[in-house]
Design a protein around this ligand. Sequence first.
Ligand SMILES: *[C@@H]1O[C@H](CO)[C@@H](O)[C@H](O)[C@H]1NC(C)=O
Ligand SMILES: *[C@@H]1O[C@H](CO)[C@@H](O)[C@H](O)[C@H]1NC(C)=O
Ligand SMILES: *[C@@H]1O[C@H](CO)[C@@H](O)[C@H](O)[C@H]1NC(C)=O
Length: 219
Amino acid sequence: MALVIIAIAMLMRVASSRCAPVCHLGYPTHGTEVSGHDEDLIHFSLNLEFLEAEMFLWNAFGYGLDHAAPELVNGGPPPIAPQKANLDSLTRNITGEFGLQEIGHIRSIIRTVGGFRRPLVNLSAANFAMMMDEAFGHKLHVGSLHSALLGYVGANSFLIGYLSKRLVAGLLGVEDAVVREYLYERAAEVVWPYNHTVAEFTSQISELRNRLAKCGVKC
Ligand SMILES: *[C@@H]1O[C@H](CO)[C@@H](O)[C@H](O)[C@H]1NC(C)=O
Ligand SMILES: *[C@@H]1O[C@H](CO)[C@@H](O)[C@H](O)[C@H]1NC(C)=O
Ligand SMILES: *[C@@H]1O[C@H](CO)[C@@H](O)[C@H](O)[C@H]1NC(C)=O
């Protein structure tokens, strides 16, 4: 199950970035730095950052923010049913790196617009299983993870303040490219315990993601 969790986590990142808009960076000549509206959207993103940080850290190291960066937790409850994943060395290294990057993202957000208590996140295997069932169309349940991971793309298209845009563009960065390549190299591998390949998962999850985000409309 642990391998599935990390595979799904990585697939979700690809799926969630599929229709990422191209941001034109740089400082505009006028406008506010961070509008109140942007703060709301970035705070929304902070929920995702907490989720991702906990997931990657736990998968890679077997502990989360409570151990890695307790000052960021701000009294929030620990995640439900997180697990260390059974990963090969390369995958663990990549995953751990992502976890550490998420800590940096949370710090940037808190520095820019302030923070809040870590929300309760449910990282149980049952939740991941539910998401997969939905991607493959065998059940109608909606898991909690995927809807959360859709946040960036949607939020980014509404941002007004340029500082916010730069911040969010930074958050959308390097990880997705790494994950894409990683998955591409493993496209033909079967994802245990499912009888489906990485390529099938990528495609199903991308479709699920597009259905949920109404990609063409939003981006
Ligand atoms: C993963 O990181 C460890 C510690 O830095 C290193 O010894 C190991 O070679 C890395 N594994 C791979 C496959 O790069
Ligand atoms: C976590 O999610 C799973 C699957 O949705 C659910 O069965 C379980 O009750 C949840 N755990 C808690 C403590 O809410
Ligand atoms: C797994 O999938 C392959 C290819 O779709 C199929 O040929 C095989 O029968 C499946 N095995 C099981 C146990 O479902």
